[in-house]
Every structure is written in C-alpha cells, then in structure tokens.
Design a protein around this ligand. Structure first.
Ligand SMILES: Cc1cc2nc3c(=O)[nH]c(=O)nc-3n(C[C@H](O)[C@H](O)[C@H](O)COP(=O)(O)OP(=O)(O)OC[C@H]3O[C@@H](n4cnc5c(N)ncnc54)[C@H](O)[C@@H]3O)c2cc1C
Length: 391
C-alpha cells in the first residue's frame, strides 16, 4: 500500500496551487455550493473564474484533449478536486462537467461528443439535470414525463422538480418515458434539451433559507430532435444511472470537510464566545478521525476510476459517509458558539466566521437528500455491495 502521489502528480499540484494563489489567494470568500446560484453577482464572477480555468483545460481536466480537457489522469483529477475544494473555488456547471460530459463520453454518439463536450469545457453552455418529478424521486423509474416520436423529433410533455440552477441553464439532461407499456425501468430514454425551446417554463422554488437555487420546470409540447437521444431509445435508465454513479463519487467532498473543519478550529481559537467544554473537545477529536477515515473512502473511489472502473456502491459509501459527516460537522459548528453560532451574516457582526456556520448548517440539510437519499444509498450498499437480497 503506497498512499504517496508521484513526482508528476506533486508537480501538477504545485502548478495548480500557484494558479489558485494568484486567482483566489486564501480562497473564494463568496457563497459556495448551490447557494452561489442565488446571488447573481457571485454567479457572474464564478462563470468568469471558470472561464479562466478553461484556458488551462482545467474545467474537466481528465477529459481527452480533443474535447477540451487536459487529458490528465484520474489521480491528477483527484488532486485538482482536492485543491479546488480546499480554496472553495467557485466552479460553475457541475452537472455538465461531472455528469453529462462523462456520460456522453461513455454513451454519446460521436456527433454528440463533438457538439456538446467542447462547449462544456469552454463554459459556453451551462447544464441542469431534469430527473426528479413530483411523484418520482427515490423511485425515479416511476417518472411520468413522456416523449412521443413525431417525424424527426420527440414531443415532450411533463414536469420536473428540484431542478438546481435551471434558471441559468442553457441545456437540460432529461429522463423521459418513451414506452408506457414496457416495465417501468425499460421504457425510459435520455434526451438533451435546449432550455430555449418553446414550451419550457422555469419557475423558482425557494429553498429553506429563502434562496432561489432550484426550480420547477414545465414541458409543454417541447420538440427535441431525435439526434439528441443519448444511447438507445428505451435504454435511458441504464445510461441515466451511470450519470448517478458519477454524481455520487464526488471526491471533493472530503476536502470540503477538511476546509470547514479548519475554519471551525480557527474560529474557536479566535472567538470570545466559545466555551471549550470537555464534550466539545471530544466531538472535535471524533470529527478529526472521521474526516481522516473519509479521505480513504474518497481515495478508493478515485482509485477505482483510475483502474477504468465505474464506482457504484463505493460511490454510494462515499456520498453517504460525507453527507452525514457534513451534517455532524455543521451541527458542532453552530453549537460550539452558543447563540452566536446560529445567526446569519447579515444579522449581526457577532456571528463567528462571518455567519457562515449558520448558512453551512442549512446547506448541509439537503446533502443527505440530493443525488439519492441516505436510505437509498444504504439500500445500494446492502444489495450491490454486500449482495443482500432486496426487501
Ligand atoms: C438540494 C437539492 C438539489 C437537487 N437537485 C436536483 C436536480 O438538479 N435535478 C433533479 O432531478 N433532482 C434534484 N434533486 C432531487 C433529489 O434527487 C430528490 O429529492 C431525491 O432523489 C429524493 O426524492 P424525493 O425528494 O422525491 O423524496 P422521496 O423519494 O419521496 O423520499 C421521501 C423519504 O422516503 C425515503 N425512501 C424512499 N424510498 C425508500 C426506500 N426504497 N427505502 C428506504 N427509504 C426510502 C427517503 O429516503 C426519504 O426519506 C435535488 C434535491 C435537493 C435536496
């Protein structure tokens, strides 16, 4: 077992750090995660930053150079994700970079790869994910949005919900039912949909912090060219779950926790409000151990990818572990400072870490729901990982 990185990988890390020093200094001070999508000025800054990454081929570093990537190895991509997360770097277009692109590389036609991938890496087109519906979340295969062939097009009708960042998106990766008579997993197809197509309406859906990060999307007789079908018709379920495996692997999650844990320790050292009880010290020690253990889980996902495998239950393990750990950490953050830890930035200057802990707490709640709930991840681990029978 050798956990060291190679000399080439360390050189890449140093080059990236120099770039980030110049671009972001200690790190991006704006909002992070989905919260960024609610602040127009920060969104525009983030787009500009991502375009500066594009000049180095670093929007999707391990994609092939011909599609606008930098052709780096999976391990270099891991280093990239770690360093970016440690600086809280505001990269936009997660669904395009992390899900749509890798799925097209595996399942897309050559024409689709050439049309869509370079525009993702150039940050010319932003993507959103149209999977969930009011009656189809964990049980995604129950989705009702349907597409009917008409000449060279599909005609799509239905509704999607919780569509993150649809209000900025140019394209949507959409799951639709194309055979209503087939067993529910078999009659689904994946389409790539231009968000400017007539018949698409995007309605804001404010989150629990009152911020506009996700949306409802209504599709009313929306015409989608048949050339925008990914893979075979009615085989979209299998294409779609590949995308979920990419979504869950999320190897930056551990670095984000390390960053937030470091911020907590720094705030505790500085704050007049903290009360370093024995129980708090014990909680901090436990968090330090869990974050270290999580790093190994995250590295395993990257290792599997570096072997050309698609992590499946291993990705679920990482997603489950890190999203639940993020909630534990956020809980400790708000409690460590008494009432001062529970105020938002704009409410008072007393808020430790500029009121970030309260926002992080609210942001951590959906982490165990988005991209498949914790219960669903446990089901995946039990059945596909441990080989246990389905209930
Ligand atoms: C912040 C955020 C962003 C999101 N962004 C997007 C997006 O961009 N695009 C998109 O398509 N979707 C998005 N989603 C939706 C997300 O994928 C769904 O919320 C998720 O799949 C859960 O579905 P649901 O909300 O319908 O809950 P339900 O599926 O109705 O689940 C309700 C409860 O029942 C439990 N449950 C359900 N089935 C089982 C089972 N078989 N075994 C045990 N327990 C079960 C669940 O764990 C949960 O606790 C987002 C969600 C969040 C929170």
């Amino acid at each position: 077992m050798d956990f060291r990185f190679t000399a080439q990988e360390e050189t890449f890390r140093a080059t990236l750090r120099a770039f980030l020093d110049q671009e972001l200094g200690e790190g991006w001070s704006g909002h992070s995660g989905d919260t960024l999508f609610a602040f127009e000025d920060e969104w525009l800054e983030a787009v500009a930053f991502t375009r500066r990454l594009a000049r180095h081929g670093w929007v999707a570093p391990h994609w092939p150079v011909e599609y606008g990537g930098a052709g780096l190895t999976v391990m270099e991509q891991l280093i990239f994700n770690e360093e970016m997360a440690l600086r809280n770097a505001p990269v936009v277009n997660g669904p395009g970079i992390g899900m749509v692109g890798p799925t097209l590389i595996l399942h897309g036609s050559e024409e689709q790869k050439r049309r869509f991938l370079p525009r993702i890496t150039a940050v010319d087109e932003i993507w959103c994910q149209g999977y969930s519906e009011p009656g189809a979340g964990s049980d995604l295969a129950s989705l009702q949005t349907h597409a009917v062939r008409d000449g060279d097009d599909y005609v799509v009708n239905g509704q999607k919900i919780w569509t993150t960042n649809a209000h900025h998106a140019d394209w949507m990766v959409l799951l639709v039912r194309t055979d209503p008579d087939a067993p529910k997993h078999r009659g689904i197809s994946m389409l790539l949909v231009d968000m400017r197509t007539p018949g698409i309406t995007v309605h804001p859906l404010p989150n629990m912090a009152g911020l506009h990060t996700f949306n409802q999307v209504f599709l009313d007789n929306v015409r989608v060219p048949r050339t925008h079908l990914v893979g075979e018709e009615n085989h979209g379920w299998y294409v779609g779950v590949t995308l979920l495996d990419f979504e869950r692997s999320n190897i930056g999650a551990n670095a984000r926790l390390r960053r937030e844990f470091g911020r907590l320790l720094a705030a505790l050292r500085d704050s007049p409000y903290q009360n370093m009880r024995t129980s708090l010290r014990a909680q901090l020690a436990d968090l330090a151990i869990a974050i270290e253990a999580g790093r190994t889980i995250a590295y395993r996902v990257a290792f599997l990818q570096s072997q050309g495998k698609i992590p499946n239950y291993e990705a679920s393990m990482s997603k489950l572990f890190h999203s639940e750990l993020a909630q534990r950490l956020a809980n400790v953050c708000v409690q460590a400072f008494g009432l001062a830890g529970q105020v938002l930035p704009e409410t008072t200057w007393h808020a430790p870490a500029g009121g970030r802990f309260c926002l992080e707490y609210m942001e951590s709640v959906p982490a165990t729901i988005a991209a498949g709930t914790s219960e669903v991840q446990r089901n995946v681990i039990a059945t596909r990982g441990l080989g246990l029978p389905r209930a």
